[in-house]
Design a protein around this ligand. Sequence first.
Ligand code: NAD
Length: 515
Amino acid sequence: MTAPDTTVVPHWIGGKPYLGEPVPSEPGGEKRIGHVVNPATGEVSGDVAFADAAVVELAVATAQDAWPSWRHASIAERTRVLFRFRELLVAHDDEIARLITAEHGKTHADALGEIARGIDVVEFACGVGDLLRGGYSENASTNVDTYSIRQPIGVVAGITPFNFPAMVPMWMFPVALACGNAFILKPSEKDPSASLFLAGLLADAGLPDGVFSVVQGDKVAVDAILGHAGIKAVSFVGSTPIARYVYESGTKAGKRVQALGGAKNHMIVLPDADIGAAADAAVSAGFGSAGERCMAISVVVAVEPAADELVGAIRERIGGIAVGPGDDPATDMGPLVTEQHRDRVASYIEGAAEAGASIVVDGRRHELVAEGRGWYLGPTLLDNVRPDMDCYRDEIFGPVLAVVRTDSYDEAVRLVNENPWGNGTAIFTNDGGAARRFQHEVEVGMIGINVPIPVPVAYYPFGGWKASLFGDLHAYGRDGVAFYTKGKVVTARWSDPASRGGDGVQLGFPHAGRR
Ligand code: NAD
């Protein structure tokens, strides 16, 4: 694709927007770009520059130049930048939310929500002074003290998905920067503008040029990041196949990698639950952001005899969901991110019907789908879904809620534990013993008890199990600090000035003389 004469969302390198070298005139020397589309209209709103290896190289070189002085800046100095950044985010949240809605499609209120969750992490990172504290053991041996310190890694990168263009980057860079690293962000090419806005705010907050960069683009940029020896660690959030690829390629290249993948989140409803509250939760968590959340509920496991009442209550609530453009305050649920994704999600409804599931509410029949303008799909409710159906097995990532009926709690938990993903799960019950047993035996990273979307607050880490996370450390919280720092342990001997003098030569391994 050759760059047309439209506004192009640039990279951010060296504290300013960067569009790359002029387009070479020789054949085959086109500058790579992508289109940015407004999902509510289906119209191209602009273009985004796609980084090649040379752009990534420039970002890394710039970050390497900037890193030493940021690393040596005091904790107080680094924290002050984050405090100012936090104030700027609060002041500009409306503008950022508008950018997100225009490129992602989610409602303005939902976009404000993701910014608020990002701000939570910035506030957490403002406390990095406490989080970086090491330990100190006086007199571990005679006149010998031992202590631990944590130091930044260097230049690190984050690769992020389309569904949270502000929040997911803010799971990463506030903590990385607070710890004293330089950060390169590769946002999703589908909604690139929020990243630029955040870069501008960091500069306004006083972050030195080069410490934070944005390289826009696709696989070419990702591969250049994974292959660059100057990048010491990579945080990734996205679908499971790409998470696995990033984890395997990054670790093979000697990098520290945490790669968060996709999900299929189950919500178990026991017969003793408050069915009305469970239905509210299922609808909110299933259709919020059109189901394009990694913590969305996509499967409701109704333990009999709860199913009939629950399905009826969910159906009733779906009738009240207003679908429309995300910038209309009356809208509850916006369009899907692209036409291709909308059509893929719709194909699962077709497949579910063919496989024998009952279609209780069919989102393909929504009037906005027939209008053909924008990538809309109404909320869909499938009942009598079985684990062998594609609509159960695959991550659909859209407004499709599948109900699986089971006869017992044990059968319900087995479903969750046998599922290849393990991001989030929830149980709805009034039985504390059942809830406690569930939290103990379920093989999932984030558990909700009468809470459908159990995203941890910023001072607890976020992460799934199984195919939902490759690597050891979860995102943000103390795990984030551990990920973006290296540990050092110092053993020091300072003798009392009154008794100076060596211990004599000792070739044996020092020990406490137990035997
Ligand atoms: P995606 O995997 O398609 O893209 C994620 C990132 O990888 C983007 O920056 C993209 O440019 C890049 N990418 C895409 N294809 C690539 C390739 N072949 N090689 C290298 N890089 C590539 O994901 P998405 O569609 O943007 O986001 C939705 C997915 O993200 C869902 O699966 C969702 O569950 C997941 N997600 C997970 C979490 C979590 O915390 N576990 C959070 C948000 C989203």
